[in-house]
Design a protein around this ligand. Structure first.
Ligand SMILES: [Zn+2]
Length: 182
C-alpha cells in the first residue's frame, strides 16, 4: 500500500486545467524514506490529449509519436542490416576463425585480446558451443562496431558495410534528438 500526497500544482497550457505533482511513499512508517516515486500529471483533458510532460515543460504528443515511429523504423533497418548477406558473411568468417583455434582457451584469449568478451575463461568455457552459436548470440551492432574499431572491418575491405554503418548511425542519432520543449 502507498500514500500519495500532492506536492505542487500549476496551470496547464490552456489555463483551464492544471498540472499536478505527486509523491508516492509506502504507507507503513518503518519504511518511510526508503523509497518514493514522484510524478506529475496533466489534469486537463484538452492538454492531456495534445501534450506530454517532459521535465518541467511540455512536448507535443505528435512530435513524440513521430520520433517513436522514426526510432522503430531505424531499429528495424538495423535488424535487417545485421541479417544482410555482407554482414552475415563477416560473422561467418569470425565464427570460422574461432572454430579454427586449437582450444577454447585460445578462442577466449583471442576474443579477450580484442575486447570482444569480458567473461572469465571458466564462464566462457561453460557457455561455449561453437563459433556459429557465439556469432548468432553476439552478432549485433555493438560487435560490428568493435570489429570496425579493431580493423577487422574496414572501408577498404568492406566499403558497403562501412557506408551502411555510417548511414544507420546518422539515422540513429537523428532519431534520438531532443524534442522541442514548449
Ligand atoms: Zn489545459
Amino acid at each position: 500500500m502507498t500514500d500519495t500526497i500532492e506536492t505542487g500544482r500549476r496551470l496547464c497550457r490552456c489555463d483551464k486545467g492544471e498540472v499536478v505533482d505527486y509523491r508516492e511513499t509506502p504507507d507503513h512508517g518503518w519504511a518511510s524514506g526508503q523509497w518514493k516515486r514522484e510524478y506529475s500529471r496533466i489534469e486537463c483533458p484538452e492538454c492531456d490529449a495534445k501534450y506530454l510532460l517532459s521535465g518541467k515543460g511540455f512536448v507535443l504528443r505528435s512530435d513524440w509519436e513521430a520520433r517513436d515511429r522514426e526510432q522503430r523504423a531505424v531499429w528495424e533497418k538495423e535488424r535487417e542490416f545485421l541479417k544482410s548477406p555482407p554482414v552475415a558473411a563477416v560473422f561467418e568468417r569470425l565464427a570460422k576463425r574461432m572454430d579454427e583455434q586449437p582450444s577454447v582457451a585460445a578462442i577466449h584469449r583471442l576474443l579477450s585480446h580484442h575486447g570482444l568478451t569480458h567473461e572469465s575463461l571458466n564462464t566462457f568455457r561453460k557457455k561455449w558451443s561453437g563459433g556459429e552459436d557465439w556469432a548468432r548470440w553476439h552478432g549485433d551492432s555493438y560487435l560490428l562496431g568493435r570489429l570496425r574499431e579493431i580493423g577487422a572491418i574496414s572501408k577498404e575491405k568492406h566499403p558497403e558495410i562501412v557506408a551502411e554503418m555510417d548511414r544507420l548511425k546518422a539515422l540513429h542519432d537523428a532519431a534520438k534528438r531532443q524534442l522541442p520543449l514548449l
